[in-house]
Design a protein around this ligand. Structure first.
Ligand code: FE
Ligand code: FE
Ligand code: ZN
Length: 276
């Protein structure tokens, strides 16, 4: 099965997202747990969730990726911002108990002049305070472009966070193709080498999802500007190798390209045509 989908608006609830996914040919999707630039979460509606779970089951929709808001920064220098991160993640994981077995992806954070080591320590501190042995959701660290003081631009930084988390089996990694490319990992000319490096440093068994984005910038630019599939520096041929790579094929792939639903439908169709 090819699990391919895109980022959908969560504003309407789960069932409408499922309908949108099916309409555009998606077999998985990603959604924000709440306003990506704020903190407000939508009220959960049990009837909506039940209808969605039935739709998901009947149509073979795969594992979903919930994405934390961008404002969540566990390693901020500001205590109130860290407190928001803790409360938001705890609440998101509580809400996701209603749709068990899915993934929760977050940006490790920006340490803003405190240094990477302090950043890593603060991120692990939050995870150790919040993860629970009984939680039915796997929490993913996203590979970042290394823009500014972002933590997670190097595989080693993610490894260090994972090493400090006590409930390590609740954790995984989401590989964002634009981010790793911008971070200097050459997935165009040496995909095998990058995945070997990922395996050596983090372990491929930790890799649970892929964000499929082209990049507006060249290798190592550390910019993090997503481009439509095939229209950026990564290109369609490299994307084709990524979706078919034996180490990646079984994972959920989510597009976060600059598109509306029509554009996503076209990219999903294009990638399906490239799947071998
Ligand atoms: Fe992200
Ligand atoms: Fe991403
Ligand atoms: Zn990005």
């Amino acid at each position: 099965m090819f699990y391919i989908g895109c980022h959908l608006s969560c504003a309407k609830g789960y069932y409408p997202m499922g309908q949108d996914a099916l309409r555009i040919g998606a077999t998985t999707f990603q959604f924000f747990t709440r306003n990506p630039r704020g903190g407000n979460a939508r009220e959960l509606d049990d009837a909506d969730i039940a209808a969605f779970l039935k739709l998901k089951e009947e149509n073979g929709i795969g594992t979903l990726v919930a994405h934390a808001p961008y404002t969540l920064n566990a390693c901020s220098a500001d205590a109130a911002t860290r407190d928001f991160a803790w409360r938001t993640m705890a609440d998101d994981l509580k809400r996701l108990e209603k749709t068990p077995g899915n993934l929760y992806n977050f940006h490790p954070g920006s340490h803003v002049k405190q240094g990477t080591e302090t950043g890593i320590r603060l991120i692990a501190e939050m995870l150790n305070a919040i993860l629970k042995p009984e939680q039915p959701t796997t929490v993913l660290l996203e590979t970042m472009a290394g823009k500014g003081s972002e933590v997670g631009g190097r595989f080693e930084e993610l490894r260090e966070i994972l090493d400090r988390v006590e409930l390590s089996d609740k954790m995984g990694v989401c590989l964002d193709t634009c981010h790793v490319w911008d971070g200097g990992y050459d997935i165009v000319n040496d995909l095998d080498g990058v995945l070997t490096e990922f395996d050596r440093v983090i372990g491929l068994s930790r890799l649970k999802a892929v964000h499929l984005n082209d990049s507006k910038n060249p290798l190592g630019a550390k910019k993090d500007r997503h481009e439509k599939i095939g229209e950026g520096y990564i290109g369609l041929e490299a994307m084709t190798r990524i979706i078919n790579h034996p180490a990646l094929r079984g994972l959920p792939f989510c597009l976060e390209t600059p598109n509306e639903l029509d554009g996503y439908a076209a990219e999903i169709a294009l990638l399906k045509s490239r799947r071998t």
